[in-house]
Design a protein around this ligand. Structure first.
Ligand SMILES: C[S@@+](CC[C@H](N)C(=O)[O-])C[C@H]1O[C@@H](n2cnc3c(N)ncnc32)[C@H](O)[C@@H]1O
Length: 211
């Protein structure tokens, strides 16, 4: 920190040792494509498809805070988001997460990772199906949802439409990839008529609450 005219200002030349050395920097994927978000090298991620580490950490903290009993995730990929939420549920001592993907190998990999951490199947499991079908199947038991499936806004819009039939007042869901470069998902986020907060990250995430 540098003191500038009585205010503390974060140095532009931030401490690079504090940033994960193992994970690629987010700017390898989103550098200069989001006009609202600069310094994308401050975020880290496994790859272009995986949720960013910071998003996963946030989801874990949110699960600790709001104590959902039943979480649904659409699109698990390799499970970084699923594991973060499942670990939080384990600390909570209550709750389950059911996630899905349309690619069987990804579902198998996520279940393997969950098993290795002793989270499968009591706390978390993944199944092969479409997100919309999973939401339909779980219906009114859903307490929190992480919508992170297809890059096509129509698909995610259909998932949200289905979710809103069941979600009870004060329950939340997070829609990932709502930054302006994800045009169709950004449009979906703008159409949902619920109280929301937009997190200005490289890929963007919007948290909605059923009023
Ligand atoms: C952005 S990745 C998900 C990242 C993941 N949530 C994480 O924490 O790393 C999107 C995943 O959704 C899957 N997918 C695409 N269309 C889908 C659909 N209609 N239903 C469920 N999953 C879908 C893809 O196969 C891909 O693995």
């Amino acid at each position: 920190m540098v003191k500038v005219r009585g205010f503390y200002k974060v140095e532009k030349n931030y401490n690079k040792n504090l940033i994960s050395k193992n994970m690629p920097k987010e700017n390898e994927y989103t550098g200069n494509i989001n006009p609202l978000c600069q310094e994308t090298e401050l975020w880290t991620t496994r790859d272009e498809q995986s949720s960013e580490d910071e998003t996963n950490e946030f989801l874990g903290a949110l699960i600790r805070l709001i104590k959902p009993k039943f979480i649904v995730e659409t699109g698990c990929y390799l499970g970084d988001g699923t594991l973060a939420m499942a670990r939080a549920l384990r600390v909570n001592g209550v709750g389950r997460i059911l996630t899905c993907d349309i690619i069987q190998e990804r579902v198998d990999e996520v279940n393997k990772r969950l098993q290795e951490e002793g989270l499968y199947p009591e706390i978390a499991s993944a199944i092969k199906c479409e997100g919309e079908a999973l939401i339909k199947q779980c219906g009114s038991v859903i307490d929190f949802a992480f919508i992170d499936s297809s890059p096509d806004g129509k698909v995610r819009g259909a998932e949200i439409k289905e979710l809103l039939k069941y979600l009870r007042p004060l329950k939340m869901f997070a829609l990932h990839d709502t930054a302006p470069q994800h045009k169709t998902i950004n449009a979906v986020a703008n159409m949902v008529g619920l109280p929301k907060v937009y997190f200005n990250t490289p890929r963007g995430m919007t948290l909605f609450m059923k009023s």
